[in-house]
Design a binder for this molecule. Structure first.
Ligand SMILES: CC(C)(COP(=O)(O)OP(=O)(O)OC[C@H]1O[C@@H](n2cnc3c(N)ncnc32)[C@H](O)[C@@H]1OP(=O)(O)O)[C@@H](O)C(=O)NCCC(=O)NCCS
Length: 153
């Protein structure tokens, strides 16, 4: 999809993501918590100092639609995370583009493995990850959450 780009997570993205992460449906799918503007601002200002966390904005025809990245980077392993915040863009293939892109970026960063945590009943996400070669590893915390991982070659 030529119209999709991963970009710097800038002030414009920050403004959009405030709505996205405070949307109850998205919040529950990404297992997030409500955030205030001040908390979000403090988080944003610390981004340049964090060396185990990467975030990119996703733009479709220049319009901010979501965010993704790699967190908890330790050695050559990192945790994938991501969401399409604008629900009008769900189910159009952007998830597959996110997978392809993050695998490429992980390879560039010399990571050897990506893992992720996903709610078992988030069928859209679980199907997407299975399709892109993530295997289900083990239950964690409770039956609701599964861990999936993929070797990066
Ligand atoms: C999960 C998410 C990234 C998927 O991206 P998407 O662009 O909506 O999904 P895609 O159109 O790329 O579809 C990818 C695959 O998911 C599966 N899928 C899509 N819609 C589905 C649905 N309604 N039910 C079940 N599986 C579905 C299909 O296997 C599809 O592959 P296909 O090409 O064979 O159809 C996106 O929907 C999203 O961000 N949702 C909200 C937040 C979230 O759940 N984030 C993940 C937290 S772990």
């Amino acid at each position: 999809m030529d119209e999709l780009q991963y970009t710097l997570f800038d002030e414009v993205m920050l403004e959009h993501s405030f709505k996205w992460v405070n949307d109850p449906e998205i919040q529950s799918l990404i297992q997030g918590v409500p955030v205030t503007r001040q908390e979000q601002r403090e988080w944003f200002e610390k981004l340049p100092t964090r060396n185990n966390f990467i975030i990119w904005g996703i733009r479709c025809k220049e319009i901010p639609v979501g965010a993704f990245g790699i967190k908890n980077i330790s050695g050559d392993v990192g945790e994938y995370w991501g969401y399409i915040g604008d629900k009008a863009y769900w189910g159009m293939g952007i998830g597959s583009w996110m997978m392809k892109t993050v695998i490429m970026l992980a390879r560039e960063k010399k990571l050897k493995k990506l893992y992720l945590k996903v709610l078992r009943n988030n069928h859209r996400a679980v199907n997407l990850y299975l399709k892109w070669g993530f295997d289900i590893k083990k239950n964690e915390f409770n039956d609701e959450l599964i861990i999936m991982e993929k070797k990066i070659q």
